[in-house]
Every structure is written in structure tokens, then in C-alpha cells.
Design a protein around this ligand. Structure first.
Ligand SMILES: [Zn+2]
Length: 154
């Protein structure tokens, strides 16, 4: 099923964890509508900006899959509102900076995760918050720092 010009539903639902443990990772209609909104409002503009494909390493997660990967119980991945992305050939910091500070896009949260990928979310349940965070590990725990200006390249 195509969600938008460059994104199909299966890109958001494929999960190594689901395959490995035999978990169902099929979203319902509400979650599919949310994934479509994320694709149209955020991911397509990102693709247009950088002009290259985007790899989605995690999109929708069923409750079981989310629990298994250690996701927060309030994760927007469960609602189909979030995706972890990598833009081919671009540093995650560049992608994060563009979404957070230059794009003018309506997004809910964008997180630069450990210098490796970008988590971005979009919601239609309430106004989007445009929160920019950086996730890092400290003593085995994940710390989220609020980011208010573009990050330097690492
Ligand atoms: Zn994520």
C-alpha cells in the first residue's frame, strides 16, 4: 500500500524484532492514517530537500514489538506517529538541524539519536509541539537534552 509518493506502508511496518519473535506488527486504520500524515507532512518534504531516498529503520511498532525493543510505553511509534530515519549520504546532524531549525515544518518531536539516526514525529491529535532533542547515553540511561539552536557537526 502506497502512503505517499515515495513511501509505502511496508517500509514502516517491517521489523526484525517482529520477524525474529513471530510478533504481529500490523497497524490498524488509525495508525495507518497517522503514518500517512507523517509521510506527507514531514518525510516527503525531507526527501524533497535532500533529493535522495530515506531509510526508515523503525516506523510503526505494535505494543509487543515496542516493548521488546525497549521503547517507551508512551512512544509515538505505537501510534504510527513516529519514524527513525536515515537520509542516504547525509549526516544525521544535518538532517536534524534542517528539520528542527530551517524547514519550517510542523513536526511534533525531532530527536538526534546518539549521532546515528533521526527520530521524527507528527500528530493530528493535538497541535504539534516542535520539540527538538538530542538523545545520549549516560551511565546506561538515555538522557534527552533540549536543543534550541543548530548542532555542530560531530
Ligand atoms: Zn524513534
Amino acid at each position: 500500500m502506497k502512503l505517499s509518493e515515495h513511501f509505502t506502508l511496508s517500509e514502516f511496518t517491517v521489523s526484525q524484532t517482529a520477524s525474529r519473535y513471530g510478533y504481529d506488527n500490523t497497524p490498524g486504520e488509525t495508525e495507518i492514517a497517522s503514518l500517512r500524515a507523517l509521510a506527507l507532512n514531514v518525510l516527503e518534504p525531507v526527501r524533497t530537500q535532500f533529493g535522495v531516498p530515506i531509510t526508515i529503520s523503525s516506523g510503526y511498532r505494535s505494543l509487543k514489538v515496542n516493548k521488546k525493543v525497549g521503547g517507551s510505553s508512551s512512544s509515538q511509534h505505537i501510534k504510527g506517529e513516529a519514524a527513525d530515519i536515515q537520509v542516504w549520504g547525509y549526516d544525521p546532524v544535518t538532517v536534524f538541524n534542517w528539520i528542527a531549525f530551517y524547514s519550517g515544518l510542523d513536526f511534533d518531536q525531532v530527536i538526534q539519536e546518539f549521532g546515528s539516526w533521526v527520530h521524527v514525529s507528527f500528530t493530528e491529535r493535538r497541535p504539534n509541539r516542535r520539540i527538538a532533542l538530542r538523545a545520549r547515553k549516560s551511565g546506561g540511561k538515555t538522557i534527552y537534552d533540549r536543543i534550541t539552536e543548530p548542532l555542530d557537526m560531530v
